[in-house]
Ligand binder design. Structure first.
Ligand code: 6GU
Length: 228
């Protein structure tokens, strides 16, 4: 997989890909992440990428020209499966969207800022718009990092067997069960007996029960969606 992330704040996207699982996925060559500074595609003396909104009102709007120049350059080199605009008014990200995107080959992620992008960018370049939740972030960068993380960890070979995505919360429509590690007793607080029993069938059964219990209590909406 190849991700091209377009942003006017490239520094914000350095650290998420410089550590842990994402870093290893890149080192292993399972994914290539390229960050593009939109200011490099500006045609103005001060490398501006935004301008005042026609019709007035507060907030700057991201200009179409630098975005066109950047996306067109990328698209002249290869075909992209998706050109995704990160925006709070996009489709709400969930596990099934991430699962689907993890099967794609090349994707462009455009990070929105200020009051958003000139609407013509959305009309002519964007194939999909994604939001990571019903709250407003200062820009699309952190959202792009969230989306990239949720996709990259699903690429075969990125996670080891022990950290397999198949046992994640949400992957089977349920929240994950509680987990424990040593010591088995701490300040008199005990690990559930069954986990120490060595009886794998019983342990699996317990985990399913706890998953269902936890989902019922915290996210009953997930159980409802499952029967739809
Ligand atoms: Cl993708 N961008 C911004 N700016 N805010 C958000 C978001 C995206 N998703 C949720 N809030």
């Amino acid at each position: 997989m190849r991700l091209d992330i377009i942003t006017c704040l490239p520094k914000l996207l350095e650290s998420p890909f410089s550590d842990s699982i994402l870093k290893r996925a890149i080192t292993k060559g399972l994914v290539e992440v390229n960050i593009h500074d939109l200011r490099d595609y500006s045609t103005t003396k001060h490398r501006t990428t935004d301008d005042y909104a026609f019709g007035g009102g507060a907030g700057m709007v991201m200009m179409i020209e630098p975005i066109d120049r950047c996306i067109s350059q990328l698209q002249s080199a290869r075909k992209y499966d998706e050109v995704i605009y990160m925006t709070p008014d996009g489709e709400l990200l969930d596990q099934s969207i991430s699962n689907g995107l993890s099967l794609k080959k090349n994707m462009i992620l455009l990070c929105g800022h200020y009051k958003g992008v000139d609407e013509r960018v959305r009309e002519h370049f964007i194939t999909r718009e994604i939001s990571i939740g019903d709250y407003v972030l200062s820009g699309g960068e952190l959202a792009a990092a969230v989306l990239a993380d949720s996709i990259i960890r699903l690429i075969p070979g990125v996670l080891s067997d022990e950290t397999s995505a198949l046992t994640d919360s949400f992957q089977d429509g349920l929240l994950a069960p509680p987990v424990y590690t040593r010591p088995a007793e701490y300040k008199g607080w005990l690990v559930p007996e069954v986990l120490l029993s060595g009886n794998q069938a019983k342990i699996d059964q317990w985990r399913i029960e706890k998953s269902v219990e936890r989902t019922q209590k915290r996210r009953p909406d997930l159980l409802k969606n499952q029967s739809e």
